[in-house]
Design a protein around this ligand. Structure first.
Ligand code: ATP
Ligand code: MG
Ligand code: FE
Length: 347
C-alpha cells in the first residue's frame, strides 16, 4: 500500500511516498523538499501570495522526483494525502488541489491531514520510534504545546503558549540581533560562541503552576538589550545575548516538559516541530530525562521542520488506526485555522 503525501502549508513544498505493510510503522520510500526561505528572506518573513505561486511551480516536479527516487509509477499510488490545515489558505489550496487532481485522475482516494498531527507523529519515522502513550512537546514556528498522546487521534492539550510560539521567539530575537529570517538556526549557531549566563533574561510563566508558556516578554527583554549593543565594536556581546536568549527559551521548554511528565506519570517524551532541531534543547532534555528514567524521542533532524514525509505518515497511521476514512470526494476544502484537539478520532 503506497501513500503519497503533499505538504504546502507555509513556505516549504514537500512531497513524499511511504509504504504501509499491515500494522507496522509505515516506511519512508522517498521524499523531496523545496524551501522558499531564500525567496522570502528579502521581506523578513513569508509573503503569502509569493508562497502560493512558488508551491504551484514546485509541486509537480517534486512529485515526479519522489516517484523516480522510489522507482514507482504514478499508478502505484493507493492514497493521496495533503495538508488540509492549519496554514496559509492560498498555500494550502495548492497542495489540496494537486492531491485531489491526482486522486481524481488515478481514481484513488484522498485524505486531508492536520499539519500538527504530521509534526507530532514524525518521530515514528526515526530509527528509534516511540510507543504510545507519551507526552508530546510540539515546538514549531507557529505553535508551542504540551499534549498527552494516547494513540493516533487521541490528543489531550495540557498547556500551550498564550502569546508567541517558541520558534517565533527564536525568530524574533534573531531579527533583533540582525540575523535575518528565519533566525532560529542562525541564533543557535551564534549562541555556540556565547556565554549563556551573561544576560539575565526572564523565564515567563516558569513558576505559573500550569503548563502554559509565554514568550512575548522575553522578546521585549531581548529588544532592550539588543538596542544597547547597537554599534558595539565587538561581536562577543551579541553572541552572549544569543546564548542567553536560547538558554531562557530552552529552560522553560525543559522544565514544563518535566512538569507534564510528572503530572501524568508518563515516562516517555516526544519532541516535534522545527525547534526540536535545536541542539541545546536536545542536550538539556536528554540529560534531564536520563536522570529521571524518561525516554525521549525526536524526529530525524531533517524532518523536524515542514516536509511531505510527515503528511504521508500521518495519513497512513490514521488509516491504520481506523481514525480516518479516505474519500473519493474531490471537492476539497482547507482549514487555515484548525486546533489539533478539534481533530475527531473518527472522521
Ligand atoms: P507550524 O508548524 O506551527 O505551522 P512552521 O511550520 O513554520 O509552523 P516548523 O517548520 O515546524 O514551523 O519550524 C520552523 C521553526 O523552527 C522556525 O521558527 C525556526 O526558526 C525554528 N527552528 C528551526 N531550526 C531551529 C534550531 N536549530 N534552533 C531553534 N529554532 C529552530
Ligand atoms: Mg517553514
Ligand atoms: Fe510546521
Amino acid at each position: 500500500h503506497l501513500v503519497l503525501g503533499i505538504e504546502s502549508s507555509c513556505d516549504e513544498t514537500g512531497v513524499a511516498l511511504v509504504r504501509v505493510q499491515g500494522e507496522g510503522v509505515p516506511q519512508l520510500l522517498a521524499h523531496a523538499l523545496h524551501t522558499q526561505v531564500a525567496m522570502h528572506a528579502d521581506y523578513g518573513g513569508v509573503v503569502p501570495e509569493l508562497a502560493s505561486r512558488d508551491h504551484i511551480r514546485r509541486v509537480v516536479p517534486l512529485t515526479k522526483e519522489v516517484l523516480a527516487q522510489a522507482g514507482q509509477a504514478l499508478e502505484a499510488i493507493d492514497l493521496v494525502a495533503f495538508t488540509r490545515g492549519p496554514g496559509l489558505a492560498g498555500a494550502l489550496l495548492v497542495g489540496a488541489g494537486m492531491a485531489c487532481a491526482l486522486g481524481a485522475a488515478l481514481d484513488k482516494p484522498v485524505l486531508g491531514v492536520h499539519h500538527l498531527e504530521g509534526h507530532l507523529l514524525s518521530p515514528f519515522l526515526s530509527a528509534d520510534p516511540p510507543e504510545f502513550p507519551f507526552i508530546a512537546l510540539l515546538v514549531s514556528g507557529g505553535h508551542t504545546q504540551l499534549m498527552r498522546v494516547d494513540g493516533v487521534g487521541r490528543y489531550e492539550l495540557l498547556g500551550e503558549t498564550i502569546d508567541d510560539a517558541a520558534g517565533e521567539a527564536f525568530d524574533k530575537s534573531a531579527k533583533l540581533l540582525g540575523l535575518g529570517y528565519p533566525g532560529g538556526p542562525a541564533l543557535a549557531r551564534l549562541a555556540e560562541f556565547g556565554d549563556a549566563t551573561a544576560y539575565k533574561l526572564p523565564r515567563p510563566l516558569l513558576h505559573s503552576g500550569n503548563l502554559d508558556f509565554s514568550f512575548a516578554g522575553l522578546k521585549t527583554a531581548v529588544l532592550t538589550q539588543a538596542r544597547r549593543l547597537e554599534g558595539a565594536a565587538c561581536e562577543q556581546p551579541r553572541a552572549d545575548l544569543a546564548a542567553s536568549t536560547q538558554a531562557a527559551i530552552v529552560e522553560v521548554l525543559v522544565k514544563k516538559s518535566l512538569k507534564a511528565l510528572q503530572a501524568t506519570g508518563l515516562r516517555r517524551l516526544v519532541v516535534a516541530g522545527g525547534v526540536g532541531a535545536n541542539a541545546r534543547l536536545r542536550e538539556e532534555l536528554n540529560a534531564a530525562c536520563a536522570a529521571r528514567g524518561v525516554r525521549v524521542h525526536y524526529p530525524e533532524l531533517h524532518l523536524c521542520t515542514d516536509n511531505g514525509a510527515m503528511i504521508a505518515l500521518a495519513a497512513a497511521m490514521r488509516v491504520q488506526a481506523g481514525a480516518a476514512q479516505p474519500s473519493q470526494n474531490y471537492a476539497f476544502d482547507v482549514k487555515p485555522r484548525w486546533p489539533l484537539h478539534e481533530l475527531a478520532v473518527a472522521a
